[in-house]
Design a protein around this ligand. Structure first.
Ligand SMILES: [Zn+2]
Length: 273
C-alpha cells in the first residue's frame, strides 16, 4: 500500500496489481514494443559475480543501504515488469499502487579510470567467456569492485527518478529496479559494460602487457565463494535474510559528494580448492 494511499485508495492485492501490470505489458508487446520483465527465482536476487557485485556495491553506500531493502520484496515478487539497460541509462516499469516509470541515469566510467582498470588487469583475464562468467583472480575482482575506482557506480554517479508520488529519491520502485539490474546482470553481464560505456574486450589478455594481477599459477582461485565476495565489499552476507526494516523518509541525498575511494581489505581470506 502506498504511503499516501491509506484511507482512500481502494485495496487491491499485490497479486491483482501485478496481473494488471502484466496485462498492460502484454498489450505493449503486441504493439511491437520490447518488454523485458525481471524474473527472480527463489529468494536470492543475484547469484553470479556480476549480479552479486552490483547489489553489494549499492549496499555498501550508507546513502542507499537503509532504503534498498524495500526493493527486495518488490523485485522478488515480479513487480519489475519491464527493465531495459542501455548506455548510461536504465529504464523500467514497476507495478505498485499503479504502474510507475523508473528512469536511472548512470555516468559513464571516465576514460582515465577505465584505462587504469585495464592496465591493472592486463594479462589476467584469458577470454571474454571467462570475464563474463566471473572466472578470474581475486586481485582482478578487487580491482573491478574497488570503491570509487572500479566498474560499479557510486551513488553520486546514479541519478534516480520515479513517476510515483513518494518524495524520497529512492522509493521502493527505484530500489526494486536497482536490484532488478543485479538480477539482469546474472544473465547478461555484458550489459554492465554497455551501461558504463566501456568495451569489455579491453580487459582481455593482451600479449606483451604487464601482468600485475595475474594469478601465480593457472586457474588459481578463480571462483570465489560468497564469503570472499562479501569481504571484497566489506559486507555481512547475512544482511539479506534479516528483517526488512522500514526506511525512514529523509530528504534527498542526491547531492552527497562521492565517497573517497578506500579499498577495503577482505575480512576473510578463504582458499577455494
Ligand atoms: Zn516510485
Amino acid at each position: 500500500m502506498d504511503y499516501y494511499g491509506w484511507g482512500w485508495r481502494p485495496y487491491v492485492s499485490v497479486a491483482e496489481r501485478r496481473r494488471k501490470a502484466v496485462r498492460e505489458m502484454e498489450k505493449r508487446r503486441k504493439k511491437g514494443q520490447s518488454v523485458s520483465p525481471v524474473v527472480v527465482e527463489g529468494r536470492t536476487i543475484a547469484n553470479t559475480f556480476w549480479g552479486k557485485s552490483w547489489c553489494e556495491n549499492l549496499e555498501r553506500y550508507s546513502d542507499f543501504a537503509n532504503r534498498l531493502p524495500r526493493g527486495r520484496t518488490y523485485v522478488r515478487n515480479g513487480s519489475v515488469v519491464d527493465l531495459r539497460i542501455a548506455a548510461g541509462e536504465i529504464r523500467a516499469w514497476v507495478s505498485g499502487s499503479e504502474l510507475y516509470e523508473v528512469a536511472l541515469n548512470v555516468t559513464p566510467v571516465a576514460k582515465t579510470r577505465w584505462k587504469s582498470i585495464c592496465t591493472d588487469c592486463a594479462g589476467a583475464i584469458d577470454s571474454l567467456v571467462e570475464l563474463l562468467q566471473g572466472r578470474f583472480s581475486k586481485g582482478v575482482m578487487e580491482r573491478i569492485c574497488r570503491q570509487g575506482q572500479g566498474l560499479f557506480p557510486s551513488p553520486a554517479e546514479i541519478q534516480l527518478s520515479c513517476s510515483c508520488p513518494d518524495y524520497a529519491d529512492m522509493c521502493k520502485h527505484v530500489a526494486a529496479v536497482l536490484y532488478g539490474v543485479g538480477a539482469r546482470f546474472d544473465r547478461q553481464p555484458e550489459l554492465l559494460f554497455r551501461l558504463r560505456g566501456v568495451d569489455e574486450n579491453d580487459l582481455i589478455l593482451r600479449a606483451g602487457k604487464s601482468m600485475p594481477l595475474s594469478p601465480n599459477g593457472p586457474d588459481a582461485a578463480k571462483v570465489l565463494g560468497g564469503e570472499d565476495l562479501a569481504g571484497i565489499f566489506g559486507l555481512d552476507m547475512a544482511a539479506d535474510t534479516g528483517p526488512e526494516r522500514k526506511a525512514k523518509k529523509k530528504p534527498a541525498a542526491k547531492a552527497a559528494p562521492p565517497k573517497r575511494a578506500t579499498a577495503k581489505r577482505p575480512r576473510k581470506t578463504k582458499k577455494t580448492p
